[in-house]
Design a binder for this molecule. Structure first.
Ligand SMILES: [Zn+2]
Length: 166
């Protein structure tokens, strides 16, 4: 389902579930696997609009984890989706985000859980292609989904611009 360059920067579970939803579209190449994502999770095509709205809101939030300003509409969408969630404790006394209904609610619960445990900031979207990747670098400084695919291309463009302006 996902292009192979997702593999080295796959997020750990359960945050992977958020990443898989965000990456159910390849924005740069205009490919959308959302119907497959829904079908694999027992949801029908009637959820496409809700899923797409949530996906793009989450994409904007993980772009914000990569230096973009936070989008107010994305905040509204996620807040609306979060209304059915509930904080609680599991059997070990650890804080959990629960009350999740379907797979989309589950994704929102996982995102909130990651915000609570501090791993959320490592889930980013590439500044160039908007593909979501998990930042494994020790100082959380990764900017691109892949240096080969986007980092070098961006550098090449910057280089060409400099050459053109000489
Ligand atoms: Zn990229």
């Amino acid at each position: 389902m996902s292009p192979r360059y997702d593999v080295p920067k796959a997020a750990p579970e359960p945050l992977r579930q958020v990443q898989l939803l965000v990456n159910s579209a390849d924005v740069e190449n205009e490919v959308d696997w959302l119907p497959d994502w829904l079908a694999e999770r027992g949801l029908g095509s009637e959820e496409v609009e809700r899923a797409r709205e949530l996906r793009e809101a989450l994409r904007l939030l993980v772009l914000a984890n990569n230096g973009r300003p936070v989008d107010p509409h994305a905040v509204e969408v996620v807040n609306a989706a979060a209304r059915g969630l509930a904080l609680g404790l599991d059997a070990t006394g650890s804080l959990t985000v629960g009350g999740a209904g379907d797979a989309l609610d589950q994704v929102v619960a996982v995102a909130f859980g990651a915000m609570l445990d501090g791993t959320w900031g490592r889930l980013k979207a590439c500044r160039n292609c908007h593909w979501s990747f998990y930042d494994y670098s020790p100082n959380r400084s990764a900017t691109w989904c892949s240096m080969q695919l986007c980092g070098n291309r961006t550098k090449t463009r910057a280089y060409r611009r400099r050459q053109a302006s000489l």
